[in-house]
Design a protein around this ligand. Structure first.
Ligand SMILES: [Fe+2]
Length: 359
């Protein structure tokens, strides 16, 4: 069976595009109850940009803090219950922030129409009813969450996405002016998420002409942004990285991620590491899987004067390492892509533990 790519219905790209949000929301307001839920990164509380969203008195605005931990099933359940109690089912959900906020907005849009906890729906095609219309406004580039068909949540048992045709945003506003305020290291780690998506996407059995086309162009843009003569944070690179993130997201959606993401999920689930940072911590030690790309990644670290911590595993207990290896082992789709259908013959849980001990 070939994959079906469920895509964004409407996409607006360009400087100042955020000003079009109220118009985009109007059709949904006319159809539903009229109210809109805005899930916004707490960084933007009281920020002048909020005036451009057309927030009305009947709307609900939720400022979420994703600095300390990645989105959880509990967090989405709490938001869903609170909103239903306050205004019932809204006309639409808007997410404005980084990848974590994108994931919360996507999950919330689905959960407003499902019964029970979101942890029941972690996996492929477990969602029973279409969610409410949702619009994404990414304010940092790299995660691909703006176009991916999954809403990744950490639950009581696993870190896994709510993945189905209805997860993908109906509308996305890509405004390259928004990432201008992102702190440098965070910008780099998140940008590297895209680089790693593309390397993993093209290094595995699910790669194909579609994933290579988007991944190849995304890699070209990443190389300009992180290694080119004008490398670093600047308006031109903000535009390029925003498109690299989108293309990287499409590339991995039509292929798969691999070893680095499998390890990164373990780091996030057990130690709470943020996704982009966790990827970087793992990727630097994966020469035997992604050789030349790891060398290039280290060059990017140097060019952008970013230093990654070393010897982290010295402070981890054997129990923690085993737990991380277990999280990784439970992501067979990533291992199949990277190592083949007989992946369990090629790597053991003990060898996955050894990979964590490298970090
Ligand atoms: Fe990622």
């Amino acid at each position: 069976m070939h994959k079906v790519l469920h895509n964004i219905d409407k996409l607006v790209f360009g400087r100042g595009a955020i000003a079009q949000v109220p118009d985009q929301l109007q059709a949904w307001r006319n159809e539903g109850s009229g109210s809109v839920v805005f899930v916004i990164d707490h960084y933007f509380k009281d920020h002048a940009l909020l005036e451009k969203l057309g927030i009305r008195s009947e709307d609900v605005v939720c400022y979420e803090d994703c600095d300390v931990h990645e989105p959880t099933t509990q967090q989405v359940d709490r938001l869903r219950d609170q909103i239903i109690e306050q205004i019932g089912v809204p006309s639409a959900v808007v997410g404005m922030g980084g990848g974590s906020i994108m994931d919360i907005a996507k999950a919330l849009s689905l959960m407003l129409k499902q019964e029970g906890s979101s942890s029941l729906y972690q996996g492929l095609d477990l969602i029973k009813h279409a969610g409410v219309p949702h619009l994404g406004i990414p304010t940092i580039s790299g995660t691909g969450a703006e176009c991916s068909t999954t809403a990744v949540l950490t639950g009581p048992e696993k870190k896994l996405g709510l993945k189905c045709a209805w997860t993908v945003f109906d509308q996305v506003i890509l405004d390259p002016e928004l990432p201008a305020t992102v702190e440098r290291d965070h910008w780099f780690y998140t940008g590297m998420d895209t680089y790693i998506h593309c390397i993993e996407s093209e290094t595995g059995i699910h790669q194909n002409a579609f994933s290579r086309a988007y991944g190849g162009e995304s890699l070209r843009l990443c190389r300009e942004v992180f290694l080119g003569p004008d490398a670093g944070q600047n308006p031109k690179n903000d535009e390029q990285l925003m498109i690299a993130s989108l293309f990287g997201g499409w590339s991995l959606t039509y292929s798969e991620v691999g070893v680095c993401h499998a390890l990164s999920y373990g780091l996030s689930k057990i130690l709470g590491y943020r996704h982009g940072f966790a990827n970087c911590v793992a990727f630097q030690h994966l020469e035997d899987f992604y050789g030349p790309a790891v060398s290039e990644f280290k060059e990017m670290l140097g060019t952008n004067a970013v230093e990654l911590p070393q010897g982290l595993s010295r402070d981890w207990s054997d129990e923690q390492i085993s737990a991380m290896a277990q999280v990784s082992w439970n992501l067979p789709h990533m291992w199949i892509h990277a190592l083949g259908h007989d992946w369990q013959k090629r790597i053991s849980p003990e060898e996955i533990k050894d990979l964590f001990k490298r970090l």
